[in-house]
Design a protein around this ligand. Structure first.
Ligand code: OOG
Ligand code: NI
Length: 458
């Protein structure tokens, strides 16, 4: 009987994210070093900031913090994209958001697979930023066709992984043994392969069109290219990286350091130059490929469309002056003085999303007039606390900066902006979820729960 009990998708996701972390630690030793550094910094922050510790405990972030990470892959075909959607569905991860990176000179568009509900995010918010190569952006028709036919020949999923995906779809879940098998087989898709599927000449032609095209087209599968732990103090990790022999990127992407962190700040270490073997007429030819790197991130408050517009405007104002210019960090900090750095003020201006929860210690009687009582009244009256909702998504400008730093800064292609969400969704097989709507629903559910507890309780 117990053999046929289905495990939760949260459970499968946690097993998978653990297995992925172990694999990446074994494959990329700097990742292990970075994980250790992040663990040390997080422990220091929690030990020295009791207020933060208590807040994280209350928002369920404390439990997930050591588990928390995201990865990224780059796919080649529509079929790969729609199958990966089904694979992530086994782990309770759905596609959220559409990112057009062609504006940043990278010939891909992307979504992020992640859990969407509070209770699932609290268990383990594992996410995978998933990009699809846009062959239509390869100018040379011959090269485009060649890339297309190389991709059409490869199979990136094992038969057993496909069988487990189908079983999940048929039975609405997997048993514990099936879940273990699924994880073991699914991991194969993300593994690094030291042998290219093409000869050195084909690799060079594709890499000349764009290094990212070669990375997607020339290998057996979409190797995970980074795995990113979440830190509570990204500046401390950034400062600690050189001491541990890790070459950090020079600027942290995203907003400046603030008392109330917003959205997402990220930094990375440069991609490794790794030995690979090309196919050759008479045996393999040795060469190198650069794809895999390490990244860390610090997450803050999810912003409303109004808050996000302000963020985008402030960031653009600094970037337009040129990021190479003197004192980027100082200019960024000064520009962001226009963004309130206080949760009450952010809430009053409608710039961020909050989860409302009843205070344990609160006045004995609820206010008399439910309809006339706002959430702000309840906060002011000591009935409820407004907890910041964590941003669970990505930032296209930051993603582009991360891509660029790993292309050695040499790839400055200019593709005309040509977002094509419709084509992406057709390839994916479903529409992507709107991140703003998800945050708004989380906030609305918390408000409904507070109101029910205050006014409908028997
Ligand atoms: C993905 C880069 C985007 C992030 O954290 O913004 C990303 C890639 O290099 O494939 O992971
Ligand atoms: Ni990343």
């Amino acid at each position: 009987m117990s053999d046929s009990v289905l495990v939760t998708s949260d459970d499968v996701r946690t097993r998978f994210s653990r297995a992925m972390s172990e694999m990446y630690r074994a494959e990329v030793p700097q990742y292990g070093t970075l994980m250790d550094l992040v663990a040390t910094v997080n422990a220091d922050v929690l030990a020295s900031d009791a207020g933060l510790r208590a807040r994280l405990e209350r928002t369920d972030d404390l439990e997930r913090i050591d588990l928390e990470r995201h990865g990224a892959i780059r796919l080649g075909t529509a079929e790969e994209l729609s199958t990966i959607r089904r694979l992530f569905a086994v782990m309770g991860m759905a596609p959220v958001g559409y990112y057009d990176l062609s504006v940043a000179g990278v010939p891909v568009h992307s979504t992020a697979f992640r859990p969407v509900r509070d209770e699932n995010l609290a268990k383990n918010p594992f996410r995978v930023f998933t990009s699809l190569l846009r062959l239509d952006l390869i100018e040379d028709p011959k090269l485009r066709d060649e890339a297309g036919s190389i991709l059409a020949r490869r199979r990136i999923f094992t038969d057993r992984a496909l069988a487990m995906i189908e079983r999940h779809e048929r039975n609405g879940g997997l048993t514990s043994d099936e879940a273990d098998l699924f994880v073991r087989e699914a991991i194969e898709t993300f593994r690094w392969h030291g042998e290219a599927t093409v000869d050195a000449e084909t690799y060079r032609a594709l890499a000349t069109a764009h290094r990212l095209i070669a990375d997607v087209v020339c290998f057996k599968g979409p190797h995970i290219n980074h795995l990113t732990p979440r830190t509570l103090d990204i500046d401390a990790v950034q400062a600690g990286m050189p001491q541990r022999g890790i070459a950090a990127k020079d600027v942290i992407e995203g907003p400046p350091r603030r008392a109330c962190p917003i959205l997402l700040r990220q930094t990375s270490f440069k991609a490794l130059e790794e030995p690979i073997l090309f196919r050759g007429e008479d045996g393999a030819t040795p060469g190198t490929h650069t794809a895999r790197f390490g990244e860390i991130e610090q997450r803050g408050l999810a912003l409303t469309p109004k808050g996000r517009a302000l963020y985008d405007r402030l960031l653009a104002s600094v970037r337009d002056e040129g990021r190479a210019g003197a004192d980027f960090t100082g200019r960024l900090a000064r520009a962001f003085e226009a963004f309130p750095d206080d949760h009450d003020e952010i809430r009053r201006q409608g710039l961020g999303y909050f989860r409302y929860v009843l205070n344990d210690a609160r006045p004995a009687h609820a206010p008399r007039n439910p309809a006339g009582t706002t959430m702000e009244d309840l906060v002011a009256g000591g009935y409820v606390a407004a907890l910041p909702i964590v941003y669970e998504d990505f930032l296209p400008v930051s993603a582009a900066g991360i891509f660029q730093s790993n292309l050695g800064g040499q790839e400055q292609r200019a593709y005309a902006a040509n977002a094509n969400q419709t084509a992406f969704e057709a390839d994916l097989g479903v529409s992507v979820l709107d991140p703003f709507q998800l945050y708004a629903e989380t906030e609305a559910r918390s408000i409904a729960a507070v109101r029910a507890a205050l006014w409908q309780a028997a």
